[in-house]
Design a binder for this molecule. Structure first.
Ligand code: ARG
Ligand code: ZN
Length: 412
């Protein structure tokens, strides 16, 4: 929808949002290989939105279905005697509840700069970063990363306890490249908050510097608040469908696997590599910044620690190192409350997908400690992890970041 029309609609008081009214979320548990195959066939229908991968027999599969396709969906399952139950009766009510929660929280604003029982809008994220830079000028530097397609200001913070010679190794973290994965920016903010505001963590900034960009796709992120909670891509206009998957847009083996040239696809790679201004900013930033030793990019969901490559089933040269480090990170996270991650190369443990930021960070920018971190989803909610789960996820994940910091300090 064009901006002017949106403004007009907004003035008239219409909400131009995509509605998930009446959409149901089903949980289906395949009990035999035949049932599994049957589900795989159903996955081909665009009426059924599979939120989770079809995995081993016995693993639950979560599917969102529009009102008009529900009878068909239930019938298919009944014919093949596959058991199911309804996890969310009405997805829209869940989303509304999430918005309502944010409004209520805003109304009772506490004196705190930030808390981890709610998700924040892009402007609020920016405000927090600005406030931190003011409050901790010795440790935090706010940097202009560039502007998004819709001219939103993108900022990152550099966190450093001070200069050193030779300069310290840097850990670079980004989040939010996929709009609907809200837990990712939340975890990035938590890392910033803990490194800067919690004196107990001062050792973590002694020997490494941190550069953290919490919101890499702010236009998509805001769109997922206002219009379509399940939006993944950027919002740059197309001919039929808008947006491009920024994590298929990087210029390293671009379009070679797991990406689409059809602009309506969720994994549309763009007209050409680096067609998106946000991916160009990341390319330029990583290229011009010396001493970045680790690149960590936060996504959700699925609990994976993925290292390159994702463009093919080839493994990167130092995959043994990354596998061992990934397992240490997993152990540290698991020690908190039992959450475990699958460690492996993107292609081996998830799927092949070229043009992602991780492959580019290694193959294009020459960084050799590189991971995509797929954070946990909420039981049935997937990308829609309830706000009450933010803090527990942040706390356990932060233990993993301590392991990264320690490793980079000692080994680079
Ligand atoms: N869920 C992420 C995506 O689909 C995984 C990316 C992993 N990295 C890769 N190079 N395939 O974008
Ligand atoms: Zn993602």
């Amino acid at each position: 929808m064009r901006a002017s029309l949106l403004v007009t609609l907004a003035l008239l008081g219409f909400a131009a949002s995509v509605s998930y009214d009446g959409y149901k979320v089903y949980k289906v548990v395949p009990k035999t290989e035949v049932e599994n195959q049957y589900l795989k066939a159903m996955q081909l229908s665009k009426d059924f939105d599979f939120w989770s991968k079809i995995n081993k027999v016995g693993n639950p599969v979560v599917v969102m279905v529009s009102p008009k396709a529900q009878s068909k969906f239930e019938e298919y399952l009944k014919i093949s005697k596959i058991e199911y139950n309804v996890q969310i009766e009405n997805v829209e009510s869940t989303i509304q509840a999430e918005r309502e929660y944010h409004r209520a929280k805003q109304a009772q604003k506490t004196g705190l700069k930030i808390s981890f029982d709610q998700y924040y809008r892009h402007a609020e994220i920016n405000a927090y970063l600005e406030q931190l830079a003011k409050d901790y000028p010795d440790v935090v530097t706010l940097e202009n990363f560039g502007q998004s397609y819709q001219k939103r200001q993108m900022n990152l913070v550099r966190i450093s306890s001070g200069p050193r010679n030779p300069p310290k190794p840097i850990i670079f973290i980004d989040a939010g490249i996929h709009a609907r994965e809200w837990i990712a920016p939340a975890v990035a903010l938590y890392i910033i908050n803990q490194l800067v505001e919690n004196p107990e963590n001062s050792n973590l900034i002694q020997d490494v510097d941190w550069i953290i960009l919490p919101s890499l796709n702010p236009d998509g992120y805001e769109y997922s608040w206002d219009e379509d909670r399940m939006w993944r891509k950027t919002v740059s206009p197309g001919t039929i469908c808008d947006g491009c998957d920024p994590n298929r847009n990087f210029g390293f083996h671009w379009m070679e696997a797991g990406a689409s040239s059809w602009e309506c696809s969720e994994t549309y790679a763009g007209k050409q590599a680096f067609s998106e201004v946000e991916t160009r900013h990341l390319r330029d930033y990583l290229n011009k910044t010396a001493n970045i030793k680790a690149y960590l990019t936060l996504h959700s969901y699925g609990q994976y620690l993925l290292y390159p490559w994702g463009y093919s089933d080839a493994l990167c040269d130092n995959w043994r190192e990354l596998d061992a480090l990934g397992n240490q990170v997993n152990d540290a996270i698991a020690a908190v409350s039992g959450t475990t991650y699958t460690v492996g190369s993107s292609t081996h443990v998830l799927y092949a997908a070229a043009g992602a930021s991780d492959d580019w960070a290694m193959g294009g920018a020459g960084i050799d400690i590189v991971y995509t971190i797929e954070l946990p989803g909420g039981g049935w909610y997937g990308f829609d992890l309830p706000a009450s789960r933010i803090l527990p996820v942040c706390i356990e994940t932060f233990e993993g970041f301590k392991v990264y910091a320690d490793y980079v300090a000692k080994n680079r």
